[in-house]
Design a protein around this ligand. Sequence first.
Ligand SMILES: Cc1cc2nc3c(=O)[nH]c(=O)nc-3n(C[C@H](O)[C@H](O)[C@H](O)COP(=O)(O)OP(=O)(O)OC[C@H]3O[C@@H](n4cnc5c(N)ncnc54)[C@H](O)[C@@H]3O)c2cc1C
Length: 122
Amino acid sequence: MTKAFVGRNGVVKKLKAVRLDWKQDENDAWQMKEIPGSEFELNADLVLLAMGFLHVEPGPLVRDYGLQTDQRGNIVTDKNMMTSSPGVFAAGDAALGASLVVRAIYQGRAAAEGADYFLKNS
Ligand SMILES: Cc1cc2nc3c(=O)[nH]c(=O)nc-3n(C[C@H](O)[C@H](O)[C@H](O)COP(=O)(O)OP(=O)(O)OC[C@H]3O[C@@H](n4cnc5c(N)ncnc54)[C@H](O)[C@@H]3O)c2cc1C
């Protein structure tokens, strides 16, 4: 994790960083902790910020159905990808947060299976 940029006259020369320890908490959310004594510096001529974001903006659909979201704003689903509203399913970025196409495809298939199971068993 970058802690500071060092430079002169607005030109970056290096960045100061610290190594992190990532662990999942009891809610499976990833938590990071700085590792004491692991501070280091990197020389740099250019720094590009590649910023992620936490979750998809919940639109009227999420609000109108009153879908439960987690503390990061992602739609909560059960193991069949069903949301807190029975018969409503969520997958991909809406359920995972900003992620990858392959994960969205995998979850989309799981949601289709979940919907099939729901329709055949309700
Ligand atoms: C700039 C950028 C670059 C990325 N690069 C990569 C990459 O290189 N590799 C990679 O694997 N992933 C990448 N991703 C992530 C990837 O695009 C997403 O993880 C993936 O698209 C998620 O798929 P999804 O189907 O869950 O959501 P989306 O692809 O966002 O699809 C959701 C769809 O629902 C529609 N929609 C929303 N609300 C409604 C509504 N009320 N009614 C009807 N339709 C609605 C939206 O218009 C949209 O078409 C990138 C993402 C961004 C933003």
